[in-house]
Design a protein around this ligand. Sequence first.
Ligand code: ATP
Ligand code: MG
Length: 389
Amino acid sequence: MREILLIKNGELALKGLNRSTFEDTLIRHIRRSLKPLGEVKIRKAQSAIYIEPQSEFFDYDEAAGRISRIFGIAAFSRAAVCEKDMGDIMETAAAFLAPRMEEIATFKVEAKRADKRFALTSPEICRELGGSLLNRFPHLRVDVHNPDETVTVEIRDFGAYIHCGQLPGAGGMPVGTAGKASILISGGIDSPVAAWMMAKRGINLDAVHFASPPYTSQRAELKVMDLLRQVAQYSGPIKLEIVPFTEIQEQIGEHCPEEYFTLIMRRFMMEIAERLARRGGSLALITGESVGQVASQTMKALCVTDEMVHMPVFRPLIGMDKSEIIALSRKIETFSISTLPYEDCCTVFTPKHPRTRPDSEKVREAEKSLDRESLIQRALEGVRSVLIE
Ligand code: ATP
Ligand code: MG
């Protein structure tokens, strides 16, 4: 029996004239993601995309896993291909649907007859196929109002398809339809989730990580790369820039009041990230901050941090509880990587009593003892770039 994957694109249906660009982007992602599994033929037709594997050894389970991680897909199903002939439709349906039919008590049949030359009308198709399924699976009953399962038959110009049951897609919009933004990625739980959430809205990602060797280790950097590799399963390839941050942190530690360490450090991070973002064509920064999670994430502290940035800062986790963030990180499978115990540069110079309601005047005063510009220049000169895919 030949099978295809049938994809329903979600919000794409709403996008009017942009729709075909959105669909083309989605199809590019599908092609890239399924490429290692062998050749596939892809067709668009009325808010659905048909993927026809060309090899008989195609791994449908692996393909379904990959498709469930592509943004822009609301739901998808596996469908059996048959001749446009009622005899073949009934035979194929019985074989293809058998495992599911054994699990349920009631069903109904829906027919979509796009090929108007097909001899039977939609109600006739439903009656014939329904009757044949009742014969084959005598425990079943038809329930048109509240069936356990709906069996769909589609008669299209290029073939007939049978499917039932939909698998959930990743939702969102195809990556690349919304421009690019730069995620400030630490090795923690939050920032990979923030990255994933913005990629879900169609945003392409670059990433910036601040490393402070020897206070932070090579292992910590590898952990960040592992996290991004997991995010890249959804977002596509991510360019990571690693910024040497040791000198800046040491200078802050030496010259600034301890209560402002974290805040001043975060202002440096934002400023450097923005410069890298502009160079790389990103239109916004993304962070994993959430109001009140730590001292540097009170509203006042976020305001003081944002004074250094002139592009929008997206904080998709801003109103979420830690437990909600953790649930998402488990779902996208970054949690087990994030919880490996390697130090982040934020944890190296942590003040005992950070200011939770910092005064921006005083922070600026405290920064005066630093030569900000040359510190930033030296950090930028040491940036290393890695492509994560
Ligand atoms: P996370 O779990 O993502 O590390 P967090 O709750 O530990 O977040 P902070 O350490 O205060 O919070 O960092 C807040 C945000 O600042 C992070 O979500 C991330 O976007 C950014 N950030 C923190 N440390 C770094 C770093 N070393 N490199 C790049 N960005 C960082
Ligand atoms: Mg952190």
